[in-house]
Design a protein around this ligand. Structure first.
Ligand SMILES: Nc1ncnc2c1ncn2[C@@H]1O[C@H](COP(=O)(O)OP(=O)(O)OP(=O)(O)O)[C@@H](O)[C@H]1O
Length: 231
């Protein structure tokens, strides 16, 4: 579904991504892992069009997308939940969701019913300000906002960051349901191993700007963890 080939990326003179290639298969829940600073966010920015690709190719559903603007990648079916969620804290829950509606090709006016069905707490709190929600509820709002555009691939950058441990599992269940029951392909950046094991079907491990290991999540063994993830 998503294929990255021979991607190189730089910040000024610093070479950050080195000839990176990977394939995310349709229907999978892929977890991109690696220590701080290995280039995970840089890779996501390349996928989303937030950074122009220096060399290499990105294909989505067989079509090259690396020259498309961010909004056209979104229209082609790539949804994004940013790190830190970026909720508008002074707007209501409903207004936060409505902002995305304008980008739908059908210019729908109302929030699609399945969004509130999936996140009943957002329906209950639809007139409350985004800033009044708990971290876990804000994460649900950020996911719901991305789903308004009916993505085929949902990319999440560290969805459990800053969320209470007892709510992390709940967020994991939401992501699992989207993947397993609704057929959404998911790519998430995550550092927490238990969470990765809870939600992911596959892992992709980066070190110093390179992809160093990948496979089914069950193959993420102690040796790999000690070499590339332990601090
Ligand atoms: N705008 C920038 N300008 C220059 N260097 C940058 C910039 N953004 C990131 N870097 C550097 O690029 C490297 C990769 O950073 P990146 O944020 O992609 O890593 P990461 O794996 O996502 O880390 P983290 O887990 O801390 O978010 C790091 O060495 C970082 O210092």
């Amino acid at each position: 579904m998503l294929s990255v080939r021979h991607l190189n990326q730089f910040y000024g003179q610093s070479h950050i991504l080195w000839d990176l290639s990977l394939n995310i298969r349709e229907g999978s829940c892929a977890c991109l892992m690696g220590r701080n600073g290995v280039g995970k966010t840089t890779l996501l920015k390349c996928l989303l069009g937030l950074l122009p690709v220096k060399t290499g190719e990105i294909q989505f559903n067989g079509l090259p997308i690396h020259k498309l603007a961010t909004e056209n990648r979104a229209r082609s079916g790539i949804g994004y939940v940013p790190q830190g969620r970026e909720i508008f804290s002074l707007l209501s829950v409903e207004e936060n969701l409505q902002i995305s509606l304008g980008a739908r090709p059908d210019k729908a006016k109302g929030i699609p019913a399945h969004i509130y069905q999936m996140f009943p707490v957002l329906k209950e709190m639809r007139h409350r300000r985004g800033g009044d929600l708990s971290g876990g509820q804000q994460q649900q709002l950020a996911i719901a906002r991305a789903l308004i555009l009916d993505p085929k691939l949902l990319i999440l950058d560290e969805p459990t960051e800053g969320i209470q441990p007892n709510i992390v599992r709940e967020i994991g269940e939401v992501i699992k349901r989207l993947n397993r029951e609704h057929g959404l392909t998911v790519l998430l950046v995550e550092q927490k191993l238990p969470f990765a094991r809870q939600v992911a079907s596959d892992f992709y491990l980066m070190d110093k700007g390179r992809l160093v290991a990948e496979g089914p999540i069950a193959d993420l063994n102690e040796g790999i963890i000690a070499e590339y993830l332990s601090v």
